[in-house]
Design a protein around this ligand. Sequence first.
Ligand SMILES: Nc1nc2c(c(=O)[nH]1)N[C@H]1C(S)=C(S)[C@@H](COP(=O)(O)OP(=O)(O)OC[C@H]3O[C@@H](n4cnc5c(=O)[nH]c(N)nc54)[C@H](O)[C@@H]3O)O[C@H]1N2
Ligand SMILES: Nc1nc2c(c(=O)[nH]1)N[C@H]1C(S)=C(S)[C@@H](COP(=O)(O)OP(=O)(O)OC[C@H]3O[C@@H](n4cnc5c(=O)[nH]c(N)nc54)[C@H](O)[C@@H]3O)O[C@H]1N2
Ligand SMILES: [Mo]
Length: 767
Amino acid sequence: MSTSKKRNISVLGPETFTGIKLQEPAEYAAGIPAVKVALQHAFKEMGVVKAVSGLFQMNQKDGFDCPGCAWPDPKKPSKLGEYCENGAKALAEEATNKRVDKDFFAKYSVEELSNWSDYQIGKSGRLTEPMVLKPDSIHYQPISWEEAYELIAQKLHELETPDEAVFYTSGRSSNEAAFLYGLFVRAFGTNNMPDCSNMCHESSGVALSETLGIGKGSVKLEDFDQAEIVMVIGQNPGTNHPRMLSALQKCKENGGKVISINPLEEAGLIRFKNPQQIKGVFKSGTFLTDIHLQVKINQDVTLLKVIQKKLAALDKNTKDVFDHQFIETYTNGYNELMEDLERYSEKELIELCGVEESFINETVQLLAGKSKIIICWAMGLTQHKNGVNNIKECVNLLLLKGSLGKPGAGTCPVRGHSNVQGDRTVGIMHHVSPALNELIQKTFGFTPPDKEGLDTVRAIEAMNKGEAKVFIALGGNFLSAASDTKYTAEALQNCELTVNISTKLNRTHLVAGKTSLILPTLGRSELDQKNGKPRYFTVENSMGRVHQSKGMLQPASDNLISEPEIIGGIANAYFKEGHPVPWKELSQNYELIREKIGIVIKGFEDVNAKSKGSGFYLPNNVRDLDFSKLPGGKAQFSCCDLPEHILKEDELLLMTIRSHDQFNTTIYGLDDRYRGVYNERRIVLMNEKDMHERKLNKYDIINMTSLYDDKKRKATNFLIVPYNIPRGNIAAYFPETNVLVPYNHFADKSNTPISKSIKVTLEPAFV
Ligand SMILES: Nc1nc2c(c(=O)[nH]1)N[C@H]1C(S)=C(S)[C@@H](COP(=O)(O)OP(=O)(O)OC[C@H]3O[C@@H](n4cnc5c(=O)[nH]c(N)nc54)[C@H](O)[C@@H]3O)O[C@H]1N2
Ligand SMILES: Nc1nc2c(c(=O)[nH]1)N[C@H]1C(S)=C(S)[C@@H](COP(=O)(O)OP(=O)(O)OC[C@H]3O[C@@H](n4cnc5c(=O)[nH]c(N)nc54)[C@H](O)[C@@H]3O)O[C@H]1N2
Ligand SMILES: [Mo]
């Protein structure tokens, strides 16, 4: 075991202000300002020529998939460019002309860099060559690829059991890279595969699997054209999935209605000016939301229960509000649900959820007469203690209305990272699948482990306690993304070795293990060739469509290696010659990887032929109304309890959200344009009445404290911003507030951290 002098690292970075300016929140999303900001970012980072060619290749049939979110591409991508403001920012960030090379690391120590903000760190540029941080050193130094692979192999061999290593994945990796990574981890002998989705849509996966038999959504993009009602719950599409606004616009043009359920009235959901249409540029655009239900944080189950109770009352008289034939044929548990609803008083539910009854009644009237209903959701539902129940309650509503397995209706968990769904499909998971293990055994000639592995929160705990000693990450920024920043920092710093396969510098490279490696890799937009021949890989979008993605920009450095080849390099160094899998050959030949995926993963047969062009849909039992794998062969209604938040008098419920200028832990800029907050991230959005009650004024500086299990956690220096948010609720940005989220408080069954409902108190800060 190596010992090392503790490096003097700032885990949180600077906690100072950048100069806030406030304006009124925006009245519409996109339009000319979005095009302007998109081009500003792209031109500044990439130069005009590269920006223009990059943007025109993005999301085109023979181009590359946007490195941003997972929203699907339309059948006929616009020739004017099929990208949004935040997709352009994602590309600018990846294809920047700035570089982080060995001179950069010679100049700046990790101690010095850790005092930079995440914004500064991210803006320093693309990583260009493999680097090592040795014990007792505070500077990264160059290392050859072969030496780096050998170092990893040596540290892995030194472990007492394979379960002392943790292999994290973030959702930007291709299906090919993720499949090979999962294969290597299993061959190495563990299922310790925490994934970013553990912090993201895991609650959706669990709820949908238990109720409908598949952990994915059921709608296709075309369904939005036909939907009569789209409900958008706990999601901010104007910022995080801007291309979804075009789908909502189409729904509206065809006579559909949009209902949003959110503690905030997000600009992107009010009005949309489609920059690809003349009327989006010169006219007032499309009003998207018909009814906004301003629910209190984490009272969605409560609100959905009132809606169901009121619908049930109507149905009692007419018998045509619920789809009784559908319920009879396809579902289990209807009577139990109806009995369970009786337990609650409508009045109490309405009071708890905080929504005005007239809006609820309007919603109920609308829902009563329609059956083509889509429910979309994201982090506002998944990141709570009852995240799984939140989604089950949405499924209840769809089942009651027979809104599944037909055009214009269904479930739509809107995914985060552009290939997070694909990574899971091809085998990144900490659970054991005996069927998958059997196929791997047959195809590759080794026996995968059958012990359940660690997910994200369990992995942090294991590293913190010294039970896991090597951490390898295929992408992502573990330190800043995970909860309880200081606890997670101790976990990573405890490790003998941390390895990050990354495109850009981030805080996890600085808050590192005793030895740390940075292995730089090609980005989504970059030309990936072998022996002069371009290669492509495949991704799966949020709606289960698998298609190819082919980069075309000149790589940031000649010394970058593709993700599959890095994994092959590590596997080769670890196994030497003694393993049945031909790691090197496989890692270089993506067609061969795909051929193997085709044998091992259901739905991928003939993937090499089928993935060309716009690709193919994976099987989806909900689309076929086949619930044969579930108890009784039926979809399941669920009786969900109400969420419980016992708040002390001075406590508030905090949701940690994204600003308009970030992609998770990557900070694009300091403006949250739609919410009218400029040039500052250390803010708290607060109801004016709550401010008044606490004698707080605009721009007062406060600290936030959370108290769980007698442990106090503190986030320092935030400016109060008055905002239209329910009483008792506040909002602030992540990752700055992750320090408040207790690592050991997470959603039942899915273990997703409670990032959207943290009990906090405020106190004045003396600065
Ligand atoms: N530009 C950009 N695009 C992104 C990302 C990004 O950071 N930037 N991240 C990607 C990833 S990984 C993901 S997972 C998605 C995230 O996409 P979102 O889930 O839209 O992201 P959040 O900012 O976490 O927003 C949560 C929304 O839920 C609301 N909310 C919070 N708590 C509650 C609640 O209790 N009930 C209800 N009904 N609403 C609530 C908030 O007000 C906010 O509007 O976006 C993806 N796309
Ligand atoms: N408090 C709070 N915490 C949260 C959330 C929240 O809402 N609130 N949201 C959670 C969610 S939904 C998610 S998904 C996680 C995100 O967790 P992560 O996925 O771990 O974080 P990202 O910020 O997306 O990772 C960014 C880094 O990925 C690397 N990268 C980018 N592109 C590539 C690529 O193509 N290949 C490789 N190898 N590396 C690449 C870059 O080095 C970049 O610095 O955070 C979670 N954390
Ligand atoms: Mo996510």
